[in-house]
Design a protein around this ligand. Structure first.
Ligand SMILES: *[C@@H]1O[C@H](CO)[C@@H](O)[C@H](O)[C@H]1NC(C)=O
Ligand SMILES: *[C@@H]1O[C@H](CO)[C@@H](O)[C@H](O)[C@H]1NC(C)=O
Ligand SMILES: *[C@@H]1O[C@H](CO)[C@@H](O)[C@H](O)[C@H]1NC(C)=O
Length: 308
């Protein structure tokens, strides 16, 4: 009963976006070979007696489940969950750990740590989750290749005469521990950013895309750089991979230039065509002349034969 109340407080707080990560740190990610144990830690810097620690499992497409409740120096309460599969320890008010044993691909998911003080009416706080990936032994850990496509390469529905959308594509990575962020002139931007909810599995690797929609005036500023950075967790460190594009000049001059270059290309094309047909014409004329010449010769020979 008490734990239900606390879960609700946690859920409400998290949906309201209040206090979800503040002061609670968790192991950000774990890449573990199948059959091994995945141990994750949680600690907090909250003032007061936040000695309850809860570990939740969030599997893809499923609702969050409370696996264990721990308090310092007491036996963890696993409810219906098996201790053959999970273990937990808490030897201090500020920290604790949780372990998934003998990991299998089914264990892939996010594990959240929540802490609360001694009564259910006290607020509870969540860490940002430990993402666990059980590695496929046949695949190697590979950071993404990142490319930013310019608006003209990727006109989207959202684009109109006031806005432009840049698309960032990260591909060829394994596993899918990535996060994407954009910068304009080195400053983080979140407005106008839309990133895929999850990376896509393509059979060999993952890919993910993110879009940044900016006012046309920003895109038409050549001094502006638009950078997409994909942070990739390789099991030890988070490594960044980036690509960027520069804004373009106001198109008045470039569009005339483009028109000129199109007509120029057309002229060149016709000139080549005319030159080719002329050469062909000369060749045909030559053939006709040769044929006439040779038939003239055979007739001459025949005439000579008749004379004999
Ligand atoms: C890894 O590759 C081997 C040989 O190609 C195959 O037998 C095995 O099933 C693969 N393992 C996984 C987890 O895909
Ligand atoms: C920009 O955002 C990323 C990801 O959220 C963060 O790691 C980085 O520190 C931020 N950079 C600046 C300059 O705020
Ligand atoms: C992580 O660190 C371990 C030990 O230092 C090393 O063997 C392994 O290659 C590293 N992995 C990556 C992806 O850097």
């Amino acid at each position: 009963m008490i734990s239900h109340l606390i879960i609700c407080t946690v859920c409400l707080l998290c949906t309201a976006g209040v206090g979800c990560t503040k002061g609670v740190q968790q192991t950000p990610g774990l890449l573990v070979q199948r059959g091994q144990s995945a141990q994750m830690d949680c600690s907090h810097t909250l003032p007061g007696a936040f000695y309850n620690m809860y570990w939740f499992q969030q599997l893809p497409g499923q609702s969050m489940e409370l696996i264990v409740h721990t308090v310092p120096y007491k036996k963890p309460d696993f409810g219906n969950f098996s201790q053959d599969k999970y273990s937990a320890s808490k030897t201090a008010i500020e920290s604790g750990s949780f372990t998934v044993k003998n990991v299998k691909p089914d264990d892939n998911g996010v594990y959240l740590c929540g802490v609360s003080a001694h009564t259910a009416s006290n607020p509870a706080y969540f860490g940002s989750g430990t993402k666990l990936t059980v590695l496929d032994s046949n695949r190697t850990i590979t950071p993404p290749k990142v490319r930013v496509l310019q608006p003209n390469e990727c006109q989207t529905k959202k684009d109109n005469k006031h806005k432009k959308t840049l698309v960032c594509v990260a591909s060829h990575f394994y596993p899918d521990h990535v996060s994407v962020f954009w910068q304009i002139n080195g400053v983080n931007v979140t407005r106008g950013v839309a990133t895929d909810n999850a990376a896509l599995w393509g059979g060999e690797h993952y890919s993910i895309s993110s879009r940044l929609t900016v006012p046309l005036s920003d895109w038409l500023t050549p001094s502006k750089t638009f950078t997409c950075t994909v942070s990739f967790f390789n099991g030890n460190d988070t490594v960044p991979r980036s690509d960027w594009v520069r804004g373009v000049k106001v198109p008045a001059a470039p569009s005339r230039g483009k028109y000129l270059s199109i007509t120029h290309t057309a002229k060149l094309f016709y000139a080549t065509l005319i030159a080719k047909s002329s050469v062909f014409g000369v060749f045909v004329a030559f053939l006709v002349w040769r044929l006439q010449g040779s038939s003239g010769k055979t007739e001459g020979l025949r005439a000579e034969g008749q004379k004999d």
